[in-house]
Design a protein around this ligand. Structure first.
Ligand code: G3P
Ligand code: MG
Length: 256
């Protein structure tokens, strides 16, 4: 009976490729999605942010300079411009010219292959609510063919921003939400309740066995980021952690 309840808390895969293929391909690009898929991963986490013209693009940093060159900001440019930026050259010459993808392209790629998605809403500062509203609205369109109760195939939204999660709930209440935290403060349960989250996503080295037990006993899914050692992954799973994402899809395979 207990086992059945646990399955409902986390009806998703156990190991997710972080940002597409972790550190083995340029993060949050189509090349990364392809690399993860070709290496056996059918579950992925990626980051979504709004451009100036309010289109969701798949990128982690608000500021240019790391994965795309220059001094701009994602919310300072239209999606058409951002999607022309080279998000592969920083990683290696092999990926030079790999563009920033939009959200729809990544979703369509994943859906066509049965890859399950944890969509991290990563609002640029000051755009928390807009990001939740727009990403949720576009998700409704991209998954319009699925039943609202098809939890296994619908994506899971996650965010460090409670405002983004609340906004997503307004637009798409049936798409599950997880609250992302670096560490859980004393109010973690209140915060989960506030946004109607089904799971807590926490930085793995901020999780204790004690907290893991509390989260599971309270009936929530429990997910850790970003776990790159098989030993640590085994330890977390032994504490009751349901799932985690990894940058090292070479060390921690999808069927770990
Ligand atoms: O969603 C888990 C993880 O991706 C959160 O942190 O900074 O890697 O997006 P970050
Ligand atoms: Mg992320």
């Amino acid at each position: 009976m207990k086992r059945k309840t646990e399955e409902k808390m986390w009806p998703y895969p156990k190991v997710l490729a972080h940002r597409g293929a972790g550190t083995l391909a340029p993060e949050n690009t189509m090349a990364a999605m392809r690399y993860g898929w070709e290496h056996g991963f059918a579950a992925v986490e990626f980051d979504v942010m709004l451009s100036k013209d309010q289109r969701p693009v798949v990128i982690h940093d608000e500021d240019f300079g790391r994965t795309v060159a220059g001094n701009g900001k994602v919310p300072g440019h239209d999606a058409a411009f951002i999607m022309q930026q080279d998000a592969g050259a920083w990683f290696s010459a092999d990926y030079k010219g790999e563009p920033v993808p939009d959200y729809a392209s990544v979703v369509n790629f994943c859906r066509s292959r049965g890859i399950w998605m944890n969509v991290e809403m990563k609002p640029a500062q000051g755009y928390e609510r807009e990001t939740g509203l727009v990403v949720a609205a576009e998700t409704l369109q991209l998954f319009a063919d699925l039943s609202p109760v098809d939890k296994q195939h619908l994506p899971l939204f996650s965010s460090f921003s409670r405002a983004a999660l609340l906004a997503a709930h307004e637009v798409a209440p049936h798409i599950p939400r997880a609250l992302l935290v670096r560490e859980a403060g004393p109010d973690w349960k209140l915060h989960l309740q506030e946004v109607g989250a089904c799971a807590l996503h926490i930085r793995h080295d901020c999780l204790t066995r004690d907290l893991a037990v509390q989260v599971k006993d309270a009936g929530y899914g429990l997910f850790c980021y970003t776990v790159n050692s098989p030993e640590r992954a085994r330890e977390l799973l032994s504490w009751g952690v349901d799932a985690f994402c990894t940058d090292r899809i070479d060390l921690i395979p999808a069927d770990f």
